[in-house]
Design a protein around this ligand. Structure first.
Ligand code: ATP
Ligand code: MN
Length: 461
């Protein structure tokens, strides 16, 4: 007998075909002589209605146990549904209770807050919202791979444990097998020579540097993997463990970089609208009204490209009052980013040519000696979702920049060698996968677009 997914059953004709359905009970409705179940198997946001008539053997005792949350297998025949709200329904012939769900099952009929559901991260995928998030997350991952694979980019797996601090910033987790209650010391400092790798090891914050090595051989590459930042900031846009997509392209300057980033974002947004219509309708109705219209507008519009200097001028000219005062040279805060993309331009904005002091050492310096060829993409509601740049491809200039950041060029010997042998202009960017998920689904909090979020002081699951 066929055992189709509910997603597929809902498109089948109600012609009396015998099928088997497996899933979890969402609701039960008893009326005279008949009981209706709504069953969901995760393949769709939509449920299948099961009709149980009282002539089924053990009707009374069985129906009593068919509670919200229980898992069941149902054998029955698919018929056209006389009721409204569904096209087909399953007339049960035989029901097997696989796993009961007693009354203390947390997900009873009423709607729960997202905050409450965060505390039951192991059960929340059984709700409409988190089922939809999981399906869109999967489809979005696929769309990302498809975009790059169709264009000949090579998928590179960069390491998760690293010996180098890519951005030269703090914010990194350490990896060690040293006994923390008895750390070996030498001259009062931790003796990492006794540690597993014989040196200090960290969890990566970005696969970019290793990605560059592969781009300088395979021309077009991308990474898509987990990254880690010991962000102490408790915001709705930061996780300690998140996924990042980092394309890197040789023979490509900052303009080519922006073109790819823009085309790529439009492609993945369109893919989700076309391939996840039911889930997107749900987000549009229940989570973020206007979501689909906004995404469609972005797919059709081109992004506004301005320099950092212009952005600061526009913000100052607007006379808007900000919590963080603004002047040339300071980093844009999320309130500034949102103002630019929501109020001033009303579309995604790409900001280029940031002051060198607020960007990483590897970015290519402009002729003015003050700004670098960075490009950040800002979107409404979120602010930054992409950070990218053209990389410094000149050996001497890069070496100077590394020293200028108080870093030791010896630690970057292999990265510098890429500029000694067959160096080439190259560019790339990092797209935060969860920020993209937030943007596509309209979910407000980044903790709700990843299955088991890791944030400061939170590691229950
Ligand atoms: P922000 O200023 O928002 O903290 P960033 O400048 O630290 O971002 P990059 O280092 O450029 O970000 O990282 C590339 C992308 O990764 C960002 O554009 C963003 O989409 C995402 N990202 C950065 N930090 C986090 C985080 N802690 N959690 C989730 N996504 C992140
Ligand atoms: Mn950051």
């Amino acid at each position: 007998m066929l055992k189709p997914d509910i997603r597929d059953i809902l498109t089948m004709p109600g012609d009396g075909t015998e099928i088997i359905v497996e899933g979890w009970i969402r609701t039960k409705r008893e009326s005279k002589g008949v009981t209706f179940l709504e069953v969901n198997d995760g393949s769709s946001i939509r449920n299948l209605q099961i009709v149980i008539e009282e002539n089924l053997s053990d009707y009374g005792s069985m129906v009593r146990d068919l509670n919200t949350g229980a898992s069941i297998t149902v054998e029955g025949i698919l018929t056209d549904s006389p009721g409204t709200g569904q096209v087909v329904e399953l007339k049960a012939r035989k029901i097997d209770m696989r796993g009961a769900a007693p009354a203390d099952y947390a997900l009873q009929k009423k709607r729960h807050t997202l905050e409450f559901l965060r505390e039951i991260a192991h059960l929340r995928p059984r709700t409409n919202s988190f089922g939809a998030v999981a399906r869109v997350r999967s489809a979005l991952s696929f769309a990302i791979h498809r975009y790059f694979q169709e264009r000949g980019f090579i998928y590179v797996h960069t390491p998760i444990i690293t010996g180098s601090d890519c951005e030269g910033a703090g914010e990194m987790f350490q990896v060690t097998t040293l006994p923390l209650d008895q750390v070996p010391l030498q001259n009062g400092r931790v003796d990492f020579s006794q540690d597993f790798f014989g040196k200090r090891a960290l969890l990566t914050v970005s696969g970019q540097l290793e990605g560059e090595a592969y781009a300088c051989a395979l021309k077009k590459i991308y990474t898509f993997g987990p990254t880690f930042r010991a962000e102490n900031s408790n915001t709705s846009r930061h996780l300690a463990e998140f996924w990042m997509i980092e394309p890197e392209m040789a023979f490509c300057d900052i303009h080519g970089n922006m073109d790819v980033a823009e085309e790529f974002l439009r492609y993945i947004f369109r893919y989700i609208l076309e391939n996840c219509p039911n889930d997107m309708d749900f987000f549009n109705e229940k989570i973020s009204p206007g979501l689909i219209e906004n995404l469609n507008a972005i797919i059709q519009s081109s992004f506004q490209r301005i320099s950092y200097t212009e952005a600061v001028e526009q913000l100052l000219k607007s006379k808007a009052s900000f919590e963080f005062p603004l002047s040339w040279g300071v980093d844009l805060q999320s309130e500034h980013e949102k103002f630019l993309t929501e109020k001033i331009y009303a579309r995604p904005v790409i900001i280029t040519d940031y002051p060198k002091e607020i960007k990483a050492f590897y970015m290519k310096m402009n002729e003015d000696d003050k700004t670098v060829r960075a490009m950040d993409i800002l979107v409404p509601r979120l602010g930054e979702i992409v950070g990218g740049s053209e990389r410094e491809s000149d050996y001497e200039k890069l070496k100077q920049r590394i020293s200028g950041y108080g870093l030791n060029p010896d630690d970057y010997w292999w990265y510098l060698e890429l500029r000694r042998f067959g160096t080439v202009p190259h560019s790339g960017f990092g797209l935060g996968f969860e920020r993209t998920m937030q943007f596509v689904t309209g979910m407000q909090n980044i903790r709700d677009v990843i299955p088991f979020p890791r944030t400061v002081k939170s590691l229950e699951f």
